[in-house]
Write a new protein. Structure first.
Lengths: 115, 108
């Protein structure tokens, strides 16, 4: 069991470039999440998918799009990267979003720098 | 919207001293979870509290959930260098809202 995997681990982009962050989980979880982590800001939710076929905005969705490709995979796309999107991005999964008893499992993160 | 605040933001202690971080929510929580993130790592689940006034212990760590289910605390007794990291509380059901975290440094 690999848990939650993310690719790439590191990425440097120029302003205006686009890229897609990939996330996959092998725990058969229904819910998946994308967070960004900035110093002193904690973990802020970008988008989430409560179940396959659904996606919803989180606290900071502007500048991002997501795709729940199937139950395993949830990708995050930056269409036109900006320096303000320099951050560490974490993907997470959870068995059932509506339950009160499920911990979230996090991937190792993607460290993104936008120049 | 719901907000979860944590204090302090940073704490430096001497090894062997105790440490406490506090978490406060703007709304009543159905449950609260605590996570630990080691430097350079990803958040890892520690525990979940559900009941009003609940207290749970994990070795030197004691977790409390307030009677009104709007606040929580994590207390570490006799810190060790392995306790270094950032501790996050998180509340909510469908989507977890995380506090800003408390970063703990332990001097040997």
């Amino acid at each position: 069991n690999a848990g939650v995997t993310q690719t790439p681990k590191f990425q440097v982009l120029k302003t205006g470039q686009s890229m897609t962050l990939q996330c996959a989980q092998d725990m058969n979880h229904n819910s998946m999440y994308w967070y960004r982590q900035d110093p002193g800001m904690g973990l802020r939710l970008i988008y989430y998918s409560a179940s396959e076929g659904t996606t919803d905005k989180g606290e900071v969705p502007n500048g991002y799009n997501v795709s729940r490709l199937n139950k395993r995979e949830f990708s995050l796309r930056l269409e036109s990267a900006a320096p303000s999107q320099t951050s560490v991005y974490f993907c997470a999964s959870r068995e059932i979003a509506s339950s009160s008893y499920n911990e979230q499992f996090f991937g190792p993160g993607t460290r993104l720098t936008v120049l | 919207g719901q907000q979860v605040m944590q204090i302090p933001q940073y704490q430096h202690v001497q090894e062997g001293e105790d440490f406490t971080t506090y978490c406060n929510s703007s709304t009543t929580l159905s449950n609260i979870q605590w996570y630990k993130q080691r430097p350079g790592g990803h958040p890892v689940f520690l525990i979940q509290l559900v009941k009003s006034g609940e207290v749970k212990k994990q070795k030197r760590l004691t977790f409390q959930f307030g009677e009104a289910k709007k606040n929580s605390s994590l207390h570490i007794t006799a810190t060790q260098t392995t306790d270094v990291g950032t501790y996050f509380c998180a509340g909510g059901t469908g989507k977890l809202i995380f506090g800003q975290g408390t970063t703990l440094q332990v001097k040997p």
